[in-house]
Write a protein that binds this ligand. Sequence first.
Ligand SMILES: Cc1cc2nc3c(=O)[nH]c(=O)nc-3n(C[C@H](O)[C@H](O)[C@H](O)COP(=O)(O)OP(=O)(O)OC[C@H]3O[C@@H](n4cnc5c(N)ncnc54)[C@H](O)[C@@H]3O)c2cc1C
Length: 391
Amino acid sequence: MTKPHVGIIGAGIGGLAAALAMQRAGLRVRIFEQAPQLAEVGAGISLSPTAAHALNDLGLHDTLEAKAYKPEDQCVRHWRDGRPLMWVNRGQALFDKYGERYYLIHRADLHDALARAVRANDPDAITVDARCVGITQDAASATLKLASGTTHTFDVLVGADGSRSMVRHHLFGALEPQYTGYIAWRGLVPMHLVPQEILQPPSGVFLGPGHLVNRYPVRNGELLNFVAFAERADWTEEGWSIRSTVKELLDEFEGWTSWVRRFMELVPPNQLFKWGLFDREPLSSWTRDRITLLGDAAHPVLPFLGHGAVLAIEDGLVLARALAASTRHDDALERYERARMERAAFVVLQSRQAGKTFHDPDTDSYKERSKGRSADEGLGLFSYNPVTQAV
Ligand SMILES: Cc1cc2nc3c(=O)[nH]c(=O)nc-3n(C[C@H](O)[C@H](O)[C@H](O)COP(=O)(O)OP(=O)(O)OC[C@H]3O[C@@H](n4cnc5c(N)ncnc54)[C@H](O)[C@@H]3O)c2cc1C
């Protein structure tokens, strides 16, 4: 299998990062995306030092420099009066220790940069309006079938089709989503509307019993992105884009500091969405013969450490390196799993734990409770490097 021909199902951040990494490693790759056009939802995304290493390696450092907000000190504040509970450095201190820092970026800006880079390498690499409805494989190849009825055959197929993955379902059967009891809102507020005094510093987290709010600038500081988490006993609908109202959000955060309520009041009506958080148990393998998974399809993760896209980007880079380093597909996919499964399971479990730590009823003891457990202190979240990890 010299220079395998790879088919990727799903052009999200994970699928595009994988495709770009494969192109740069000299592999032939095609991506099939069900949506009629490439687009990402309006929301921010935090990229940790490990994702930054991968994106630098993919030639996207200029995008991070041009489009992302680069936080320095981030303040964790109390829900009732906004007093600081803890300060965390997301910039120079991380750079000194890990060689990279955090970047806060609009999802569409990152997605667009990845897609442009893939298309610059090969204008025909991405096919949109191409929903995959079936996959088969034999000793020589793997084939995907699209809703249009056409089929496409490759040496290796990759399911990068998100947390409700059709490919995962086909390989491993139903992995039923469990509702976690957490719900969330996301919104974008034009920055010029936001009073400066509630942006000290611009990147901030607010903690209260059963609640968490994370807000930071994106798109060169033009927009303030926020995610607000709460708890609710029942929820049925899985999906990111259920419309909500400012009143519903403010009712949930009744009694909270004006540091939070003030920007919530300013969300334009078409920029506020809510969803319930669902979880799935980690898989013990992502691969069957010539077909493997990456990103949320392989390891859906709760968003409390902001690491889902980070993992998807890391997966893409490491999978491309494993394919480029091997002459056989089974060897390549084994190398990929060896380099990735432990890391992904670790982040999935830490993300679950982080939800509990943030939502603890005793907000005042947060600093004490999180000693040695915050991302850059004890967790080891940033010590992985997808560029240098052995494959
Ligand atoms: C509120 C919230 C905040 C988050 N914040 C962060 C953060 O700050 N940092 C971070 O790292 N992560 C964050 N995440 C997680 C992150 O968004 C996801 O983990 C990441 O987008 C996963 O990327 P993916 O490419 O694996 O899947 P997706 O982004 O879901 O992409 C899958 C793609 O596959 C396509 N597809 C699906 N089925 C088919 C099919 N049958 N045929 C063809 N195409 C198909 C879809 O249309 C989609 O384009 C957050 C998540 C949430 C919910």
